[in-house]
Design a protein around this ligand. Structure first.
Ligand SMILES: NC(=O)c1ccc[n+]([C@@H]2O[C@H](COP(=O)([O-])OP(=O)(O)OC[C@H]3O[C@@H](n4cnc5c(N)ncnc54)[C@H](OP(=O)(O)O)[C@@H]3O)[C@@H](O)[C@H]2O)c1
Length: 267
């Protein structure tokens, strides 16, 4: 794990601080940019995408010196108490406070029945359920100091509408969804806990094994009442709303262009 800052102090040391896990690119980066645009100081966490994280931090630090910090770490640190404690210290050294914790990092791939193995279970549950819970617990004292909040990125398939061939991912997101509701109860009144459930808000990268061809993309668009794939900014908008919604806790906002209205499960 290592941390990189722009050497200069932030111009506004009173600005709230948001940490977004897995935020070097895609939806996480959109959340970071949107928060920064609203005056937040941001902690960009990444694992493998250090180069993209550097580019993003440089861009934001050009706008406001010392407003973006990068932390590079595998979320597997949560499996070891000492490594988790070190991770928490690194987070808190960035700006000395934490106001908003966004659980965005995730692994997503199919696990067809008869071929599910331990490694897939461990990886999908680590990123989509275990790390969010243990990180929330470890950061609670600091969030409490700020009367801060936690926002989790869930999925429309985390509840009632299982996604065929993705049993382990869907189970992990379902556990994460229950974490949001459980922690909202247990952390009130000091810390609010909410979630955002995307539908299809950014397609898998074209060079990944999850890439969708034109026919698959057309089928998805046809199933969305709003007739388009969502944008990362649509998710960022909901996250920023929840960050500021002082009387909202235990809520999960679906941002899917109406897709969950047409889903029968399985698709
Ligand atoms: N894309 C969608 O339309 C959609 C739909 C439903 C739900 N969601 C949810 O919305 C969130 C963002 O979606 P996305 O598609 O933008 O996410 P993504 O690109 O699949 O993943 C985000 C980041 O998670 C990080 N990550 C994965 N494993 C990690 C580990 N072991 N330790 C640390 N970081 C790790 C990766 O960081 P590095 O690249 O730095 O390794 C990755 O860039 C996710 O929680 C996802 O489940 C998205």
């Amino acid at each position: 794990m290592n941390q990189k800052y722009n050497a200069s102090e932030s111009l506004n040391t009173k600005a709230p601080v948001m940490l977004v896990t897995g935020s070097a690119k895609r939806i996480g980066a959109a959340i970071v940019k949107s928060a920064h645009n609203q005056g937040y100081r941001v902690i960009i966490h990444c694992h493998r995408s250090e180069q993209e994280a550097n580019t993003l931090a440089n861009e934001l630090n050009k706008i406001r010196v010392g407003s973006a910090v990068i932390i590079v770490s595998d979320l597997a640190v949560v499996n070891d108490s000492a490594a988790l404690e070190q991770f928490v210290q690194t987070i808190m050294q960035a700006f000395g406070q934490l106001d908003v914790l966004v659980h965005n990092a995730s692994r997503f791939y199919p696990t067809p029945l008869n071929n599910i193995n331990h490694a897939q279970w461990d990886e999908l549950f680590l990123t989509n359920a275990k790390a969010p819970l243990l990180l929330s617990q470890a950061l609670l004292p600091y969030l409490k100091n700020q009367r801060g909040c936690i926002i989790s990125l869930l999925d429309i398939h985390a509840h009632d509408k299982p996604f065929s061939n993705y049993a382990v991912y869907s189970m992990a997101k379902a556990a994460h969804r229950m974490m949001v509701q459980s922690l909202a109860l247990e952390m009130a009144p000091n810390v609010r806990v909410n979630g955002v459930a995307p539908g299809v808000n950014i397609l898998p990268e074209t060079n990944s094994d999850q890439a969708l061809d034109d026919v698959q993309q057309r089928r998805i668009i046809d199933s969305i009442p709003m007739q388009r794939i969502g944008q990362p900014d649509d998710i960022a908008h909901a996250v920023l709303y929840l960050a500021q919604a002082n009387y909202v806790t235990g809520e999960i906002i679906t941002v899917d262009g109406g897709r969950s209205l047409t889903l029968t499960g399985g698709s």
